[in-house]
Design a protein around this ligand. Structure first.
Ligand code: GLP
Length: 257
């Protein structure tokens, strides 16, 4: 099979963002329930940013209205700013609590997020621990991803190679600029972050990359049709059998599906 065929088979385009987000939430729900019927936990890799907000909203609705339980759900978040206090309004800890964790019945001990206050001298060990925990649980069943306008996944900025694992990384100028409005000024945006690596992400059994809106159309086109390169970290994903790109029509506008 040619690379192009693989690529096309793994793209799912929806007319608008709500339908795309609902489809992702539905896949996650089905996977949670499948594991529940087997009496097993499910390991979810979770993302932050604007893109997954509707997915989390749907999952919360499914919990409240359809009885979806999160008791067997174990989560590992992709990344966190560094340094960053978990209590900070813009921390990814706070984001996840607000949009998902505080609204469902997940057990607090099942939540894992890189800590923005890990001590510098312990960072390498803590990052290795994070990886070890994922592996000891049997790996990530479903990894939810967004995409940065420079092609980053998690905070794997351009230059991140396919063998990278959880680590501290310097944030790219585009990434810091994109976060500037939320932080009320570029000078307030952290310069670094802790992120799962490309290898960590690629080891997931299923990967759902969600991209919404026309501001993602250029990078989606590049990641799906350009060179597979560390300069566009998301490009590594498209040759994986377990990837699914879930797009709305605006994000997909430059690709022929
Ligand atoms: C941040 C996150 C990424 C996310 C990206 C895109 O950099 N670390 O995980 O995919 O932003 O964000 P948005 O979905 O808001 O466009």
């Amino acid at each position: 099979m040619s690379e192009k065929n693989i690529l096309i088979n793994n793209i799912n385009v929806f007319a608008e963002e709500t339908a795309a987000s609902k489809a992702v939430a539905m896949q996650i729900k089905q996977a949670i329930e499948e594991k529940q019927s087997l009496g097993q936990p499910i390991i979810l890799g979770l993302a932050t940013g604007n893109t997954p907000k509707l997915v989390y909203h749907e999952l919360v609705n499914m919990h409240k209205n359809e009885g979806l339980s999160f008791e067997n759900v174990i989560t590992f978040n992709l990344d966190e700013y560094y340094p960053m206090a978990p209590s900070h309004q813009l921390s990814y800890h706070n984001f996840m609590n607000m949009h998902l964790f505080s609204q469902v019945n997940i057990l607090p001990e099942n939540i894992h997020i890189p800590h923005g206050q890990w001590k510098a001298e312990e960072l390498i060990e803590k990052c290795e621990d994070y990886e070890r925990k994922i592996q000891e649980l049997g790996g990530i069943d479903i990894q939810l991803l967004g995409i940065g306008r420079n092609g980053h996944i998690g905070f794997n900025e351009p230059g991140s190679t396919s063998d990278t694992r959880t680590r501290l990384i310097d944030l790219h100028e585009i990434t810091r600029n994109d976060a500037a409005a939320d932080f009320e000024g570029l000078h307030n945006v952290p310069y670094q972050a802790i992120t799962m690596g490309i290898q960590t992400i690629m080891s997931a059994k299923k990967i759902l990359l969600l991209a919404l809106g026309d501001r993602k159309s250029v990078i989606i086109h590049k990641a799906l049709t350009g060179e597979i390169t560390a300069n566009v970290p998301a490009s590594y994903l498209r040759i994986l059998p377990q990837i699914e790109f879930v797009l709305d029509a605006e994000a997909a506008v430059l690709i022929n599906t």
